[in-house]
Design a protein around this ligand. Sequence first.
Ligand SMILES: [Zn+2]
Length: 197
Amino acid sequence: MVLAEVGVAEAPPFRLDNEQLAFRFTATLSDRSGTPVDRLPTPRRLDDWLAANDLSLGSAHATEADLNLARRLREAIHRTGTATTTDTTPDRADLDLINTLARDSRTFPELDKTRLRWRTRSRHPVRAALGLIAQDAIIALGGHQRGQVKACEHADCGGLYLDTSRGQNRRWCSMNTCGNRAKKAKFRHQSVAKTPI
Ligand SMILES: [Zn+2]
């Protein structure tokens, strides 16, 4: 088992059901407003996350420095996205980091038979992959769907998502996690209310 080899058999699983790549990445730190869980505890898990999202751009493995950069990018995207949802001005340093990584990534798509593959001219494939996430963040936060960026309503979460529902009334980053937690809490509340004293 791959995880056991690096001594992190207990590494928390990824949450890969957010439709937007950049927000799927910010979800690697979950329960931000409760007890945060970092789902990228090691460079190896960053490699795993990139592979799980078809962003492996070479054979190089992530280093501690790459992981630190990934976490900085993750928080920069999350802060900028949260600023978007509250109509406040994003931090200049966060924008600079996102824009710099996006620019330096030197990536391009290639059609391999019937599949999209990302390629890069950068000598740092892991940083190039982070640059692709930064590019996705720029499009999500600054493109035509920027008004649909929302923060999850679950008290512990604070995760970002793009609300593409017809009625613009989606409340949770994911029905599988926060939507379900809210449903269960409501059910528990109703059960308690119905219990005769
Ligand atoms: Zn959530």
